[in-house]
Write a protein that binds this ligand. Structure first.
Ligand code: BMA
Length: 311
């Protein structure tokens, strides 16, 4: 038997609704970054209305997390953001850049789903900056470096015509985005054939930017969400050097197979470590948070040596 490329933590799940000091029904799809020697997690929770909010938890080691007593971000109550967040806020991603943390999250309203961008320096004060997509776009991850002076992001627009694919675009100021192009499509009759979307913000390696994404396969028993990896050129992230033909994680533990939504592993964050490993965080069945570890060189090798086409 080939060993799993991601070594699941033996005490998964690492955070559940029982750990949260205010009433929530789920704890999932969390971003994790290091902040002042602590692993800081922003996680999504469903309320009993079925709508979502974002909480915060901290950990000294990346495995044992303690949730803050209050939610970190709830739907805005006034102004432009309120009009687009009334149905809830979901799936945060966080990128550290130039001494601050850039947060992107899905904003749901009667006008559809779009992405909002906020920033914080201390995870106490948070400023909403801009709504950075129109409707029908999700999964925005921002690269932690600029390219020729521009910020870069991956995202996933929805379309009735084309399969739901990963796109890139650029911005001088995090507010105005353009020069977009499609970089990666689902592969027909493959584990990710139905749709793909960016997962964790890309991680710089010596061979390129490693992007951990999710891919979905429709079955007679509903959709299965798995994780895959792709490698983008270091200088030109619109160029994909390789996409692993195989998934790196699929629902296998009981809390990944059964929950609020069955058969889901979904990542919004991964933390590279100085020893060449990466901690990958994922929501199990839209209900709990899990973590596993992998070697960055193994993930890069999968992209380069067992590749399928990107588009
Ligand atoms: C996607 C998003 C994710 C969720 C996944 C599985 O469309 O809503 O937040 O984890 O479905 O339900």
């Amino acid at each position: 038997m080939t060993p799993d490329i991601i070594r699941r933590y033996s005490q998964n799940p690492i955070l559940t609704k029982a750990d949260i000091p205010y009433p929530v029904e789920t704890v999932h799809n969390a971003a994790v970054v290091k902040h002042q020697d602590q692993y800081t997690m922003l996680f999504r929770s469903h309320l009993r209305t079925g709508r979502s909010i974002i909480g915060l938890a901290r950990s000294p080691d990346g495995f044992h997390f303690t949730a803050a007593p209050q939610p970190f971000l709830t739907p805005a109550r006034d102004g432009l953001f309120a009009a687009y967040e009334e149905f809830g806020i979901e799936d945060p991603r966080v990128t550290e850049m130039e001494g601050e943390y850039i947060i992107t999250y899905s904003a749901y309203s009667r006008n559809g789903v779009r992405i909002a961008l906020a920033r914080t320096k201390d995870f106490v004060h948070v400023d909403r900056v801009s709504l950075i997509t129109q409707a029908d776009c999700r999964n925005v991850v921002i690269f932690p470096e600029k390219f020729e002076g521009l910020y870069a992001r991956l995202d996933r627009p929805h379309s009735e015509i084309a399969p739901w694919s990963i796109w890139i675009s650029y911005s001088p100021d995090l507010r105005f985005w353009g020069e977009s192009q499609l970089v990666m499509k689902p592969e027909p009759y493959h584990w990710d054939e139905m749709k793909i979307g960016p997962g964790a913000p890309p991680i710089r390696t010596e061979h390129g930017w490693l992007s951990i994404y999710h891919g979905v396969f429709r079955t007679m028993d509903g959709s299965v969400y798995r994780l895959g990896v792709a490698l983008h050129d270091v200088q030109n992230p619109a160029r994909i050097l390789g996409v692993s033909d195989s998934w790196i994680l699929q629902p296998e533990d009981p809390w990944e197979i059964t929950g609020y939504v069955h058969n889901v592993v979904f990542t919004c964050g991964a933390v590279p470590e100085s020893d060449g490993t990466v901690k990958i965080y994922w929501g199990g069945a839209d209900t709990v948070m899990c973590v596993g570890e992998a070697n960055l060189t193994d993930l890069v090798a999968l992209c380069l040596q067992h590749s399928r086409s990107a588009v």
